[in-house]
Design a protein around this ligand. Structure first.
Ligand code: TYM
Length: 331
């Protein structure tokens, strides 16, 4: 594969989970050697639901440090805050004007997040137009995401096509890069819901920074199905199947190997070992995270990342505005 542009983002709206790691961040790391990569902390997206300023600041820095701790090399990939690159807000507005109410109303993430609330922010509604801008601003070819972002990616492709058709070829139409396994890690208390950093039940998700004891406790309390066999069967054993996926993703073993190991042993032995597998998988990341936070290096990394991102973003934004008929500015 020749060198492609890769872009993705993660919201600093809570503690990053094992789902974020397996579904997205691990692929960021895998793509950085071959491709030109841009990975950002999408703080402008996080404020589509209310955020405490102090918590937003802390979570933003934490997510940026986790990028590095997970193995993203700032010398290879640009790591930056979305709000440090003004082009996101500006192209976000341009994309909002091209979006239809009907297509935004169909977004399942909007439906889930607004359900049952009487005061729903307009930002939450136009969120997908900003996400399209994020991607198109870099003329990204590939967007590594988990399964839940597929619909947003389809809208991005539609908006790119609509813009190009109306105003002339300007944007690359991006492709989603969704892993075949691990694209949808489910909640520990209910395997019909995805594991999410915004779930108020802390026991439902393993946070990347949970201590070994917290991880052991959460896994020992994780919901299981009737019976006692450790078998992958999403229809009849959704909870155990999810735990098996996590085991496979964190250990590198196949589902068949794991099933064979626990044949006849029941859920107890399996969960006990699963906890250790997860603890071991996260240990290097947690060690590196502590080092990065205490070194303060993240601020330089973010400054450098934003500089690199701005160069590309400014150029695309200028081309898009010119195509739409805005007068060029004097600068
Ligand atoms: P966010 O912050 O909810 O999640 C970040 C990434 O983690 C993936 N993910 C999961 N993968 C597997 N299993 C899970 N349980 C799980 N939970 C989350 C998500 O699919 C995502 O890839 N709208 C985006 C952020 C965004 C973005 C972008 C992404 C804004 N602009 C531009 C790509 C490109 C979001 O809310 O992700």
């Amino acid at each position: 594969m020749s060198q492609l542009r890769v872009l993705s983002g993660i919201q600093p709206s809570g503690k990053l989970t094992l789902g974020n790691y397996i579904g997205a961040m691990r692929n960021f790391v895998a793509l950085q050697d071959e491709h030109e990569c841009f990975f950002m902390v999408v703080d402008l997206h996080a404020i589509t639901v209310p955020q405490e300023p102090a918590a937003l600041r802390e979570q933003s820095e934490a997510v940026a440090a986790l990028f590095v701790a997970a193995g993203i090399d700032p010398a290879k990939a640009a790591i930056f805050m979305q709000s440090h690159v003004h082009g996101h807000s500006e192209l976000g507005w341009l994309m909002t004007t091209l979006s239809y109410m009907g297509e935004l109303e169909r977004m399942t993430q909007f439906k889930d997040k607004s359900e049952g609330k009487d005061a729903v922010g307009a930002g939450l509604f136009v969120y997908p137009a900003l996400m399209a801008a994020d991607i198109l601003l870099y003329n990204s070819n590939l967007v590594p995401v988990g399964d839940d972002q597929k619909q947003h990616l389809e809208l991005t492709r539609d908006l790119a096509g609509r813009f190009n058709h109306k105003f002339g070829d300007t944007f690359v139409v991006p492709e989603p890069f969704i892993p075949k396994v691990g694209a949808r890690i489910m909640s520990l208390d209910d395997a019909s819901k995805k594991m999410s950093k915004s779930n108020p039940n802390a026991g439902s998700a393993i946070s990347l920074l949970d201590s070994p004891d917290e991880i052991r406790k959460k896994i020992s309390r994780a919901k299981t199905d009737l019976g006692r066999e450790v078998i992958f069967d999403v229809q009849n054993k959704p909870e155990i199947s999810n735990l098996l996926s996590i085991y496979a993703q964190c250990s590198g073993q196949t589902i068949e190997q794991i099933q064979a190991t626990y044949d006849g042993q029941g859920y107890g032995a399996f969960k006990k070992d699963l906890a250790e597998v997860v603890v071991n998988a996260l240990e290097p990341l947690q060690r590196k995270y502590t080092d990065i936070r205490s070194s303060g290096a993240i601020h330089d990394i973010l400054r450098d990342g934003a500089e690199r991102a701005n160069v590309v973003a400014d150029k695309t934004l200028r081309a898009a505005k010119e195509a739409m008929g805005f007068l060029p500015s004097a600068r």
